[in-house]
Design a binder for this molecule. Structure first.
Ligand code: F6R
Length: 608
């Protein structure tokens, strides 16, 4: 998704802006641009494709500036070319502006501005904002911006600079994230904290409706009503080294290998083995609400939704609470029947996914208590939830989510104990889950040792154009997640589904060129899965099985077998997901694809 960086300070703005853009690369983009306040005026340079192309266009020429803004664009209106890349300008060329989000009423605004004589250069919705600011004919650009904002409908994070005001960056937030980093004699404003952590240890998160004027000697923040407010900076608890690859060829591989530690961090301090309880101090004010809740409505997108699906099965089977997971993008459109006795559980790594945020707000509107599992502290979702559990897994840089999935699933298990112990879960059952959860990190380490073996299996199947991913019960979610990983990284078409569903249509696809990844563990649905595997095999389908260590029988049905250690059924998706992550990773590397930045994808999807 688009990324914004703005810089004002004692150091050279251009290297700071380029460094910030590079740190936002992981979010996905198709063009970039920078506008710098030089002695002679503002210079804007843009390029299509990678930031390296922008650097090439900048050509190493000395440009001393202490103020500037920069942007990586992920096209929504108009193709990815230099004209549509940000920053955008008004007719006078004095205002330069970068924007994340979507302006829903831009067409009407553009027509009105054109009728007044404004000349547009790009096809973007963003350019409208620059002309609207100009059109206020207001001498003070901060006041002009606030007037222009009143006319916008949609979501935005905006930063802009004005040629006649060389010591100011103006910015506004509505629906898209914006964070201000306070460094040593410098201020950085960005859409994502990762662009800030190398230069600042304190941040201020802007809230919707807030506007800010950044000056050399301080900040002026106004709230939604226009009143000046002071916001307490928060300390950044992430180490800037987390944004580095630490010797791994890709962020994705680094994050796959971080999973044992990530899970330990997620569960640490949340297990009371003596009492057989899960501890969530975050929920202290909601204990009674959680105890008496009639149901749990889980909302999330993509990988987080798959963790939510495991949660749905866990909450019903182990905690006895009616639960349903929804695609967050569907939730508010399908008129969900929820109310005061519903717990809405939002799951999001970034805490900025627009659909999950909209679902959370829908839940609030209908009176539900909103709880959540979020990795990025201070993100919009984290702040809007009634109570938020933090994953504590550090930055996830790879666009393809890995450690977030296993951490979210581990927290689902803890939550099932939390809700279960409030209801009818026995001490023994709870202890069983909690003890096993503590063993999961070591078991993951064993699976990670299989990376080379999994690469060889990937080599065998590298020519396949399609893949089926099958699993049953808890591992339906794993099948969906495995298929998502393969398609997003290797661009191979992959479908995930419950193994029992396959014979209701999809089996027609099976032949020698259409392999199946089958999650078939020694669990309560093992025999059923074996029968489904036989159905595929006798139609000539090739099978790779993810199986439980010691299961020799499976070799008679599957061509390739990847063994994972035994665990209890509800926790098995955590282990079974790891070989699928590694398989997708190796497939993409073998195909020579950009693993950390797959085409068309964005790390955090801040538009609906
Ligand atoms: C897939 C992936 C996405 C995200 C989804 C939700 O690898 O990363 O499917 O899981 O966009 O993102 P968050 O968790 O940030 O809300």
């Amino acid at each position: 998704m688009c990324g914004i960086v703005g810089y004002l300070g004692k150091n050279d703005a251009l290297p700071a802006l380029i460094d910030g853009l590079k740190r936002l690369e992981y979010r996905g983009y198709d063009s970039s641009g920078v506008a710098l306040r030089l002695t002679g005026g503002i210079e804007c340079v843009k390029a299509v494709g990678k930031i390296a192309n922008l650097e090439k266009k900048l050509g190493g020429k000395e440009r001393r500036a202490d103020l500037g803004i920069a942007h990586t664009r992920w096209a929504t209106h108009g193709e990815a070319n230099e004209i549509n890349a940000h920053p955008h300008s008004d007719c006078s060329g004095k205002i330069w502006l970068a924007h994340n989000g979507i302006i829903e009423n831009y067409k009407r605004l553009k027509e009105e501005l054109e009728a007044k004589g404004h000349i547009f250069k790009s096809q973007t919705d963003t350019e409208v904002i620059a002309h609207l600011i100009e059109d206020t004919h207001e001498a003070n650009p901060f006041i002009a911006m606030r007037k222009a904002l009143k006319m916008l409908k949609g979501a935005y994070a905006i930063v802009f600079i004005h040629e006649d005001f060389p010591e100011k960056i103006m910015a506004a937030k509505m629906g898209s994230p914006l964070v201000i980093g306070l460094g040593d004699g410098e201020t950085i404003i960005a859409s994502d904290i990762s662009a800030i952590i190398s230069r600042a240890r304190e941040v201020i998160y802007l809230d919707d409706g807030e506007v800010v004027e950044i000056r050399k000697n301080g900040l002026k923040i106004l709230d939604v009503l226009g009143a000046e407010i002071s916001k307490e900076p928060r300390k950044i608890d992430w180490d800037s080294g987390e944004a580095e690859k630490k010797g791994f060829p890709h962020f994705m591989l680094k994050e796959i290998f971080e999973q044992p530690e990530a899970i330990l961090n997620s569960v640490r301090g949340r297990i009371d083995s003596e009492k057989g309880e899960a501890i969530f101090e975050e929920f202290d004010a909601f204990t009674e609400t959680a105890r008496s809740a009639r149901e749990i409505a889980i909302v999330a997108c993509g990988t987080a939704m798959h963790a939510g699906l495991v949660g749905e099965y866990m909450f019903e089977e182990m905690a006895g609470v009616p639960s349903k997971v929804d695609y967050a993008s569907e939730f508010r459109y399908r008129t969900p029947v929820i109310g005061k006795d519903t717990l809405l559980l939002a799951i999001s790594q970034s805490g900025e996914t627009a659909d999950t945020l909209a679902a959370l707000r829908e839940g609030k509107k209908r009176g539900a208590t909103t709880l959540g599992v979020v990795n990025v502290l201070g993100s919009t979702i984290a702040r809007e939830l009634d109570a938020c559990v933090h994953n504590r897994i550090g930055l996830e840089m790879s666009v393809a989510s890995t450690k977030a999935f296993t951490s979210q699933t581990a927290i689902m298990a803890l939550l099932s104990v939390y809700f279960g112990r409030q209801r009818e879960m026995t001490f023994a059952k709870a202890k069983d889950i909690l003890n096993e959860l503590l063993l999961i990190p070591e078991k993951i380490k064993k699976i990670l040792e299989l990376s080379g073996e999994i690469k060889k299996i990937a080599e065998k199947h590298i020519k396949a154009k399609n893949f089926l991913y099958l699993g049953r019960k808890y591992n339906v979610a794993t099948a969906l997640e495995g298929a998502l990983k393969l398609k997003e990284l290797s661009y191979i078409h992959a479908e995930g589904m419950p193994s029992g569903e396959m014979k209701h249509g999809s089996i027609a696809l099976i032949d020698d060129d259409f392999p199946t990844m089958f999650i078939c563990l020694k669990d309560s649905v093992y025999e059923k899965n074996i029968s489904n595997m036989e159905e595929i095999r006798c139609r000539g389908g090739r099978i790779i099985a993810v199986a439980t260590e010691g299961d020799e029988k499976i070799k008679s049905v599957a061509g390739d077998v990847i063994y994972v250690p035994e665990t209890i059924e509800p926790l098995s998706p955590i282990l079974a997901a790891i070989p699928l992550q590694l398989f997708a990773y190796h497939m993409a590397v073998l195909k020579g694809l950009d693993v950390d930045k797959p085409r068309n994808l964005a790390k955090s999807v801040t538009v609906e």
